[in-house]
Design a binder for this molecule. Structure first.
Ligand code: ZN
Length: 70
């Protein structure tokens, strides 16, 4: 298993890429989960997974606190 980092060239979203040549999979591709841009496509029979590394901004969305009871 090979792990590397990849940033979407379009929107800059950070991905963790896990690549395995031992797990057979067909040619495939990966699209950015944020902007939909094609991240990569490959013809080799390998398994490659792009995991979005959520920024703190996405992990902890600002939620308006409910109004305090009066
Ligand atoms: Zn993107």
């Amino acid at each position: 298993m090979k792990i590397s980092d990849y940033d979407c060239p379009s929107c800059g979203a950070s991905y963790l890429v896990a690549e395995s040549t031992s797990a057979p999979a067909g040619p495939s591709h990966a699209d950015c989960a944020i902007c939909g841009e094609r991240l990569a496509s490959w013809e080799e029979p390998k398994l490659r997974v792009y995991r979005l590394e959520m920024s703190a901004e996405f992990k902890y969305p600002r939620i308006q606190p409910p109004p305090s009871p009066q």
